[in-house]
Each structure stands twice: as structure tokens, then as C-alpha cells.
Design a protein around this ligand. Structure first.
Ligand SMILES: [Zn+2]
Ligand SMILES: [Zn+2]
Length: 158
């Protein structure tokens, strides 16, 4: 995941919608689902991504990639922490969790949904709870829970 790309997308989707406050986005792989700190709001969603093994040439697409956001507004400054859940290679016994590589159009969809969640959860705007759906990739193999970090943490959904 490329931080600058996420920040750019977030700022353009948030433009004019977050009450003139300053919001920053950062990656944080230590955040845990359903264990947000006091004052932080949570949003868990799903997207599509590609993965590449760092030990062999194998790559694979997945439509079950969980993304966790923790958001907090403090005074006039907001912070969003993002964690993308990894997957590991089925072919390599020592495979590590690889970072998801998410297409730009799906990052845009994530950011549109995130901005709506911030407006509802941090600004108490009475918006309809509507989510744009991810653009699916063509996936020919079934989901592999043993190699999915979201499954291991019990948050991976269909
Ligand atoms: Zn591999
Ligand atoms: Zn899973």
C-alpha cells in the first residue's frame, strides 16, 4: 500500500466535506478490530486486491481483503489510522503475510465510504448508511482461510 496515494485520494474525497477541519491519514498495523482506543471510531470494510509472494514468483487476486479504519476527531484535527489485512502464499511453507496491492479505483471507493463514515460517526451527520461496493477482480480459486490474516483474526466476511 502506497501511503502518498492513499493520502492524496483521501484528501480529494474529503474536500469540502469535513467541516473545514484538518484530517491526516496514516498506516498503522498495530490497530486491532473491535478494540479501538477511547475516543476512536471504527470502520471495517472489504475490498479487492492483488498479492505477490516475496519468496516465489507467485501472485494471486482476492475479493476478500479486509481493511480496518480507526478515526478520531480532536479539536479541529482528525486522524485516520488504516490497516490492510494481508494474505500469505499457499505454496511457500515459510510465507509471510504480504501487503495488499489495491487498484486506484478501489482505493477511491474505500475513501468515499470512509468520508461518509467520518461524517456519520465523528460529526453525527444524519446521512443514510450507504456504501459503494468494491470493483471485484476475477478470482478463480476459493478463499484460503489459513493464509488470510482477516480470517485468522475472525473479521473476514463474504
Ligand atoms: Zn510463494
Ligand atoms: Zn479471509
Amino acid at each position: 500500500m502506497d501511503l502518498e496515494e492513499w493520502r492524496y485520494n483521501f484528501q480529494s474525497e474529503a474536500d469540502g466535506l469535513l467541516h473545514g477541519d484538518t484530517w491526516n491519514l496514516e498506516f498503522d498495523y498495530s490497530i486491532q478490530p473491535e478494540r479501538s482506543q477511547r475516543g476512536w471510531k471504527e470502520y471495517i470494510t472489504r475490498t479487492s486486491a492483488r498479492f505477490w509472494c516475496s519468496l516465489c514468483p507467485r501472485g494471486w487476486p482476492s475479493n476478500r481483503v479486509m481493511v480496518l479504519f480507526h478515526m478520531r476527531l480532536k479539536g479541529r484535527t482528525g486522524t485516520v489510522k488504516v490497516r490492510g489485512f494481508g494474505q500469505s502464499c499457499q505454496n511457500c511453507s515459510d510465507a509471510q503475510m504480504e501487503d495488499p496491492s489495491i487498484d486506484p479505483e478501489n482505493i477511491t471507493i474505500l475513501m468515499k465510504n470512509l468520508v461518509t463514515k467520518i461524517r456519520i460517526k465523528c460529526y453525527k451527520e444524519g446521512l443514510d448508511v450507504f456504501e459503494y461496493h468494491q470493483i471485484n477482480l476475477e478470482v478463480n480459486s476459493s478463499h484460503d482461510p489459513d493464509n488470510c490474516e482477516g480470517c485468522r483474526e475472525g473479521i473476514c466476511t463474504n
